[in-house]
Design a protein around this ligand. Structure first.
Ligand code: FES
Length: 114
């Protein structure tokens, strides 16, 4: 539930057609959860964040790549099974927990996801 004291950061999702959507994301939410809660098309999140579907693949803008939480082995392995080819800045958005450091993050939604 959202409260007035909840700390939010801005996150922008760029769709394959170039549409850019900025949303407020509560701290402690993943980029996948925020996208699905805001009906951002292209982030599917079939497995609910269990690192087993790779349908939440995003490409993170270069200035934020180094600020991301480290990648787990499970995420690293699953990124080898994305439908859109893996890139050096690929992440599974269900594994990116939003922190204040990520305020203003921009991610491109990988296409296709399935
Ligand atoms: S939601 Fe399934 S791997 Fe991210």
């Amino acid at each position: 539930m959202t409260s007035e004291t909840e700390v939010m950061v801005k996150a922008t999702y760029i769709s394959p057609d170039g549409t850019s959507t900025e949303i407020d994301v509560p701290l402690g939410t993943t980029l996948m959860q925020a996208a699905t809660a805001n009906c951002i098309e292209g982030i599917i999140g079939d497995c609910g964040g269990n690192v087993s579907c790779a349908t939440c693949h995003v490409l993170v803008s270069s200035e934020f790549v180094d600020r991301l939480p480290p990648m787990s082995d499970a995420e690293n392995q699953m990124l080898d099974y994305t439908v859109a080819p893996r890139q050096p800045n690929s992440r599974l958005s269900c594994q990116v927990l939003v922190t204040e450091e990520l305020d203003g993050i921009v991610v491109e939604i990988a296409d296709p996801q399935t």
